[in-house]
Design a binder for this molecule. Structure first.
Ligand SMILES: Cc1cc2nc3c(=O)[nH]c(=O)nc-3n(C[C@H](O)[C@H](O)[C@H](O)COP(=O)(O)O)c2cc1C
Length: 267
């Protein structure tokens, strides 16, 4: 994904927005999102990609229900994906790449895996491929200047503004190094109920954390087993690889046998 804007800055800017201003996106923004969907980066070459579409929410409060969690959104990104772990990790990776693209365009978003009416979204999505189901949606649009009370409560409930300390999540690397800065970008990743299941161990790099000393590996693991764990890990890998580009680090997947705990080797 070519992004002239500093991608780590975009990751910092992204947060979940649940209150929109009720206006439609203009045509050129929708076209840009659709163009981006066609060229999204993939994590695994040999795993099926999800299908992602921009869907309209007709009328003022729309037909696409979100149980009141989202208000004022006129467009949604909707994703259909397969059910295997690897497909869900791939889906998380690609949808987050799109969310970051939207953020870079100045648009607000919010990952939704639970609080939306699947039936209505399936209908709006249109035909689904064999074995695919709507797994994730996100409103996409412009926020209101102030968050609703219910939204502020929701953020407080899931401690949305609190991330676990760096040292609790990542081992074998100092924060103020290239690899440390990349992992700090992983720490900014959204996760279901802000569960932050991603853990990493960096080996073989010495203290420089620049990926150049010897054969550095970064091994992920997942500290959760919930329904969204694979999607959450896909999002983390997306932050890891996109932020790595900015830090001029290049990785290959060394061990993909467990999609929830990939091991990357520095090239
Ligand atoms: C896979 C996934 C599913 C999510 N599902 C919901 C949801 O159903 N409803 C909701 O309001 N937020 C949902 N969220 C948003 C998270 O609660 C939010 O990302 C987290 O609290 C961190 O806050 P932030 O995105 O503002 O950084 C989901 C996030 C992810 C990654």
């Amino acid at each position: 994904m070519d992004n002239p804007m500093n991608i780590i800055e975009i990751m910092r800017r992204r947060d979940s927005c649940r209150t929109y201003n009720g206006l439609r996106l203009d045509k050129s923004a929708i076209t840009s999102l659709e163009d981006e969907i066609r060229v999204l980066p993939r994590l695994f070459e040999d795993v099926a990609s999800p299908e992602i579409r921009v869907v309209d929410n007709d009328g003022a409060e729309g037909k696409l229900g979100t149980y009141g969690f989202i208000t004022g959104a006129r467009q949604f990104l909707a994703m259909a994906s397969g059910k295997t772990r690897a497909e869900q990790v791939q889906a998380g990776f690609m949808f987050e790449a799109l969310i970051l693209k939207a953020t870079g365009m100045g648009l607000a978003t919010c990952w939704l895996g639970g609080t939306f009416r699947r039936g209505a979204f399936s209908e709006a999505f249109g035909s689904l491929g064999e074995g695919m189901e709507i797994s994730i949606v996100s409103p996409v649009g412009h926020p209101t200047p102030k968050r609703r009370f219910a939204e502020r409560m929701m953020r407080r409930m899931v401690k949305a503004d609190r991330r676990k300390p760096f040292a609790d999540l990542f081992r074998g690397v100092a924060e103020d190094t290239p690899i440390g800065r990349v992992l700090e970008a992983v720490r900014l990743a959204p996760s279901s109920s802000n569960s932050q299941p991603w853990r990493c161990t960096v080996s073989g790099g010495g203290d420089a954390g620049d990926g150049k000393e010897g054969q550095v590996t970064v091994e992920f693991s997942c500290a959760a087993s919930g329904r969204f764990a694979p999607v959450d890990m896909g999002i983390a890998y997306c932050h890891f690889l996109l932020a790595s580009r900015q830090e001029k680090l290049d990785w290959e997947i060394e061990d993909a046998s467990n999609p929830l705990g990939l091991r990357f080797r520095c090239r």
